[in-house]
Design a protein. Structure first.
Length: 467
């Protein structure tokens, strides 16, 4: 079975056919982070979804160019031009410059995705380094008659673009009349959005550039249109992001891009991941305390435990986060590694039985990236006693090219097998109970020397790898 993907444009699972006449090259643009704070674990679900898609395409022998933007200017707290500028607000709160804040959180973001074994995009582009591309694109939109100036800003007039709202199945009459709450009285239609801000509400805007419409800065949506067209051309294969981007950000991206180029469709397949769900305050990047990858690591989890948890849900279903579920994922991943370790020393062998297993795995992945079923195929392979160890190892490693659980490094993961660590933790607890603190300390120090850190908490001892 060839790859099929759910396309938000048609609301159907479609056979994937690249635009490239030779059927090989694929352009993929995934919306990247706004770098005013750490990514929360919900954001990381979006990047894992990109990763799974790219790994699957590559495993199917497509040549993928994966482009991702870094938003370091222009993103207001409301996607529809309302609220404060996220970067400026963060810089003020931290007493830093916008560019310092951007660099710090960009580095933190890559540290997170590296730890989750998410393959880095081929091209990472910063909005502030592509202002010229944005201005050039806005000029084309203006020349084609889709804009108006009001109150110092340049707006996109959605009533000039009849297909506006097709992606999100929005009704034009409602968008014109003001179904969206807007406080911007310059807008002719409630759904109109800013392409270029000059006399904005932000007197303190840190970064401004000269443009035909005055000194100012771009709206958020134009950056993705401009950068994706720069790197992937005026039409490309796949664009992706979280479901929250369907009604505003991606809807606006389509309107701008097609208004500029006159080519339809701008993007052939739109892929959207559903949300990771948990308490609101734990998932709001603009709020105070939210869960980051590091906060999971601080509680003793491996970033790959979180990767495993995410793989257990289909990307188009909401996934409820809980620490109990994460513990389940950790246990499952550890026993998976144990099973692969047991095959250590075998030379992977692609016999018929192994190939059959791998084919079943790809049937699941080809079915709109059904990772829960794909994981089940991996488990089935490792539990199947009729498979020769060498072919089980071959099949598991093939599957891991997509799952990215680092199974090949299972033996070397910590240098200390998990069961040995657990046993030593139990011995240390006994030693402490018997007030043999010297023994307890020596167990802790021995493990530390082997790269394992023990931490005592209310619920017992947890361990993690030294960084
Ligand atoms: P942002 O950095 O806020 O622009 O968001 C980065 C990505 O995370 C976007 O693709 C969002 O759609 C996505 N996203 C935001 N919140 C969640 C969530 N709770 N679960 C999954 N994806 C999310
Ligand atoms: Zn975007």
């Amino acid at each position: 079975m060839a790859l099929t993907l759910f396309n938000t444009l048609s609301r159907r699972v479609e056979a994937f056919e690249p635009l490239d006449p030779k059927g090989k090259k694929i352009g993929f643009y995934g919306c990247g982070p706004t770098v005013y704070n750490y990514a929360h674990i919900g954001n990381l679900r979006a990047y894992l979804c990109h990763d799974i898609l790219v790994r699957t395409l590559r495993a199917l022998d497509y040549e993928v160019t994966h482009v991702m933007n870094i938003t370091d200017v222009g993103h207001l707290s409301g996607d529809n031009d309302s609220g404060e500028d996220k970067m400026v607000k963060s810089a003020e709160e931290r007493g830093k410059s916008v560019l310092e804040v951007a660099q710090f959180y960009t580095d933190a973001f890559f540290n997170d995705i590296d730890r989750m074994n998410i393959v880095r995009p081929d091209i990472v582009c910063k909005a502030t380094e592509h202002i010229g591309d944005m201005i050039a694109l806005i000029k084309r939109i203006e020349a084609n008659g889709f804009t108006y100036q009001a109150g110092g800003n340049l707006y996109f007039d959605i009533s000039r673009f009849p297909a506006y709202g097709d992606l999100a199945r929005l009704r034009m009459d409602a968008l014109k009349a003001g179904a969206r709450t807007t406080v911007d009285t310059n807008k002719r239609n409630a759904g109109d959005f800013v392409l270029w801000f000059t006399k904005s509400k932000f007197e303190n805007q840190a970064l401004v550039w000269d443009s035909p419409w005055g000194r100012g800065y771009p709206g958020w949506h134009i950056e993705c249109s401009a950068m994706s067209i720069t790197y992937l051309g005026e039409q490309f294969d796949i664009h992706s992001g979280g479901v929250d981007h369907v009604p505003v950000h991606h809807t606006n991206e389509i309107a701008q891009s097609e208004a500029a180029t006159g080519k339809h469709p701008w993007v052939k397949y739109w892929i959207h991941n559903e949300f990771l769900i948990m308490d609101k305050e734990k998932m709001s990047k603009s709020g105070g305390a939210f869960l980051t990858l590091q906060s999971l690591v601080d509680r003793g989890f491996d970033p790959l435990d979180y990767r495993y948890l995410l793989l257990g849900g289909h990307y188009r279903s909401q996934l409820q986060f809980s620490f109990t579920a994460l513990e389940g994922a950790r246990n499952a991943r550890r026993s998976l590694l144990e099973k692969v370790r047991a095959l250590e020393g075998e030379k992977p062998e692609a016999d018929e039985a192994a190939k059959k297993r791998v084919a079943a795995f790809y049937r699941a992945m080809n079915d709109d990236l059904a990772t829960p079923r794909a994981l089940a195929e991996l488990w089935g392979t490792l539990r199947d006693n009729s498979l020769a160890p060498a072919s089980a190892l071959y099949a598991a490693l093939e599957m891991d090219a997509v799952l990215g659980l680092k199974l090949a490094a299972a033996g070397a993961e910590t240098g200390v097998p998990d069961h040995e660590i657990e046993t030593l933790i139990a011995c240390r607890a006994d030693a402490k109970k018997n007030r043999d603190f010297a023994k307890a300390d020596s167990i802790r120090e021995n493990l530390k020397a082997r790269g394992i850190i023990l931490e005592d908490g209310k619920n017992g001892t947890i361990w993690k790898k030294a960084l």
